[in-house]
Design a protein around this ligand. Structure first.
Ligand code: IGP
Length: 259
């Protein structure tokens, strides 16, 4: 599955680069506004929720959103989310770059672009689209490349969440210079999720690195356990998009009325 996603992405990136060359993106970036502070949002006291706009996934199919992406993002903001994640992958998650642009203008929160980044072109593109942060998947990138991408993110003032699945990937992310590490609770072999995955690996994350627990977070109990284990943030998609009231669901998860 991951290989299929990466192969599709390669084609799409090559196409995008033909349409809008890097030199053109760099020109656009001269006029770009300063990014919203993603890292600082996660640093706030208490658990930060990164709420995800997710229309579909390869394992669950279409979630049948009844709200527009703007409405959903605003509902998240009202519930006290501290950042919004927007899935922009087209072929397996039914996302788009347009979704990111729409969400960015609908809220005042920082916005994370969730996609499969396999080419440095996508970092510049993300910044030009208005992303304040990107996801870098450690399992997709050799350490040297990860390090180079993190450096480009620094130059672009783009925050980066480096997603990991194992102790080895965490070590690699830290060596490459990650300041925000994600631990994905989803087993990519069978797509099951287990928040214990974060609880087991959390001790590997030093205090000066922010920890985001990703996937399969369903309840206030999950959030409490993850906070006690040292997570600074949780990344929540399905539980929120399936909820009849995403605003109330975020408040329920954090136990707070606002951000
Ligand atoms: O819907 P969930 O189980 O709350 O998961 C959200 C998020 O963690 C998940 O969408 C995700 C984590 N890493 C990814 C990488 C690519 C696509 C999607 C993801």
């Amino acid at each position: 599955m991951l290989l299929q996603i990466a192969a599709k992405k390669r084609l799409r990136v090559d196409e995008a680069r033909k349409k809008v060359p890097l030199s053109e993106i760099e020109k656009r970036l001269e006029q770009a506004e300063a990014p919203r502070p993603f890292y600082q949002a996660l640093l706030m006291p208490g658990m930060s929720v990164i709420a995800e706009v997710k229309k579909a996934s390869p394992s669950k199919g279409d979630f049948g959103l009844t709200l527009t992406v703007e409405e959903l993002a605003r509902a998240y903001e009202s519930g006290g989310a501290r950042a919004i994640s927007v899935l922009t992958e087209e072929d397996f998650f039914k996302g788009s770059a347009t979704d990111l642009v729409k969400v960015k203008s609908a809220v005042t929160l920082p916005v994370l672009r969730k996609d499969f980044i396999i080419d440095s072109y996508q970092l510049y593109e993300s910044r030009a689209l208005g992303a304040d942060a990107v996801l870098l998947i450690a399992g997709f990138l050799p350490e040297k490349e990860l390090r180079a991408y993190l450096q480009i993110c620094d130059e672009l003032d783009l925050a980066a969440v480096v997603e990991t699945h194992s102790a080895d990937e965490i070590q690699m992310a830290l060596t490459a210079g990650a300041r925000i590490v994600g631990i994905n609770n989803r087993n990519l072999q069978n797509f099951t999720t287990d928040v214990n995955h974060t609880l087991q690996l959390a001790p590997q994350i030093p205090d000066n690195v922010l920890l985001v627990s990703e996937s399969g977070i369903e309840s206030a109990v999950d959030v409490h356990l993850l906070g006690a284990a040292g997570a600074d943030a949780v990344l929540v998609g399905e539980t929120l998009v399936r909820s009849a009231n995403p605003t109330a669901k975020i408040r329920e998860l954090t136990g707070r009325k606002s951000a």
